[in-house]
Design a protein around this ligand. Sequence first.
Ligand code: URP
Ligand code: ZN
Ligand code: ZN
Length: 470
Amino acid sequence: MKTLIKNGTLITASETFRADLLIEGEKITRVGFNLTESPDLQIDATGKLIMPGGVDPHVHLDLPMFDTVSSDDHYSGHKAAAFGGTTTALDFVVLEDEGFEPSVELWMKKAEKAAIDYSFHMNLTRFDDDLAQSIPSLMKMGVQTLKVFTAYNGRLRLDDGGIFRALQIARDNGMLVMAHCENGDVIERLTEQARAEGRSSPIWHALTRPAWGAVESSLRMAAMAEQADAPVYIVHMNAAGEVDMLRYARERGVKVMGETCPQYLFFTLDHIARPDGAKWICSPPMRTEADNARLWEGLSQNILQTIGTDHCPFFYDGTRPILYEGEEIAIPGKELGRDDFTKIPNGIPGIQDRLPVLWTYGVNAGYLTPNQFVAYTSSNPAKIFGLYPRKGALIAGADADVVIWDPEKRVKYGKAHSHQRTDYNVYEDWELKGYPEKVFLRGKLIVDGDQWKGARGGGEFLKRGVGEVL
Ligand code: URP
Ligand code: ZN
Ligand code: ZN
């Protein structure tokens, strides 16, 4: 199958130019002026923007948490991603007692229904000599990235010694450590105190996870990376001080990279304080307007490297079914913590929302250039996670993951537009200008306007190469 996209404006991480783009089979084969092929399908993209499919470096599909599971699986989450212009998603494997291989196998099984391309990170949530020795075996399974946590004491957290060793092992094997940075000890004490005082409402989730904990933990992580001579990627940066820390460390040559997520750019403690504040509960929490502003600045000044979603959706009221592809579905969600903020499943939806919301409130609002938009949401994650230029690029030889974007399309966004399998959307009623019109995955048209043309099982597991330190 040959598809010729004519007269579009191509946007890459570094350039904007008018060109035609030819897709043959699964690949982009030509980018040039006045291409005169005879294709099977020709699309006139006059007035439209052509971008590489989004790469979401941070999602949680089918993730068991507390007494439930994140409500998008590898089909529904991927389908939603595609409607938002994202064609590759990287999610996190839970480390089972049996070790790495059975854990990855379980995730491979879950992902058989994938609808876009995908790869995995491994949660490194315990550390001992046996496990340390088998870390390099993950490379053979195509998993080059390890996530460590400085919070969730007794569950997910490693001590600094374990994190330091993980950084050294990653360095020696061409792997990358990703880090969730909060102060686990302070969180435990503040949570005990809040519960003892009878505090139960969602805002206490945020008040027991202070920004300073994220800031000092991020700096500690950068310092450990420097001492281990290893790169590190800090996930979901949320506080102004983390941007300052990132700048400080990077200016001193530390190989530290930072990701933020749309929720930390748009929302604050005020949202968590609402009567329906549980909808905004995730970890780390949202902060203040000053934090939002500094994160935007960090993006416009290229201090940060990526924008992921940390998509980890739950129902707001999982006792009431929604219709999903014609079937009633209800999955226990935020109501589990109605009387106790510590029982609210942590996470919010966003895999579909990321690109459309960032286009309107990032690019149109003047915080990001279109090229930065592509860099943060596609090319940079592809580079860091060893997928570039197969993903994140509009060049001959790249996978034909292509988004035709209508910069004039106006949408009143929310649940009705979103395919995320949950009963709410944090961007309900937001006015958007600019939206994906057609989305190709390896040359196959999977989204055509509001039509789903993709398939369960249409996504492929991506064996990754060595990533770049940006
Ligand atoms: O609240 C969140 N972010 N849930 C997902 C797990 C994590 O720490 O990223
Ligand atoms: Zn995390
Ligand atoms: Zn996460």
